[in-house]
Design a protein around this ligand. Sequence first.
Ligand code: PGA
Length: 259
Amino acid sequence: MTRTPLVFGNWKLNLTRAGARAWCAAFREQAQSEPLPHGVWIGIAPTFTSLDAAREGCAGLPVLLGAQNLHWEPSGAFTGEVSAEMLREAGATHVIVGHSERRHIFGESDERIGRKVAAARDGGLIPILCVGETEDEREAGRTEDVIETQLRRGLAGITPRSGAELVLAYEPVWAIGTGKVAQPPQVEEAHGFLRAILAAATGPGIADDARILYGGSVNAGNAAGLARLSEVDGFLVGGASLDPAGFRKIVAAAAAAKG
Ligand code: PGA
């Protein structure tokens, strides 16, 4: 099975509405001077308040829109939360769930992440479920344990009908925003392991079709080497996605490696 690679920019708490418009304008300008590569899907995940500015700014470009979080209930007395329907209305097709910053800074549990994955799926959004071990967990030899638990609990509330409606992101916590990118053998091993767990949980057809992205200090310099790994189906890019030119290079590297 060939999985079209997906490169998603996670803008985190960056880029105002004006910043989102400027990003899209720069990305459009580059695409006009040098067409975007084929054979790769591109996405950006702005803040909630910049979603519609990004939708308008990037209109007509092959850029998918994702949110960075959602609530598991569709509506009600949940001050400060945003539902899947609201995100879809704002133009999102994807939503990042269980990012390590949500887990470690905001204390999100596997159980809550599982409910969010189910809410995304039920609400017509494709969840990008993030899993990854901390440095201490890796050093203690617990990487597989940790990511298996995160994966199984994250998917506990859904029975995927197809792999296309599921994206996983392997993001070792120690590699996020640190400039310490995981080594290719570590990435290949973790992705292969996740796909095997997914196959056991959902069946081989779904596991073969699901995309597994790598995230953690991906940049224009290291993307090509990582994209060549057979188990890497694209990237979730934080810091380096804020620069449209750098992001485009990462997109091009993913397309070239898989083309
Ligand atoms: P980074 O973040 O690329 O800045 O390391 C990746 C992520 O958090 O998704």
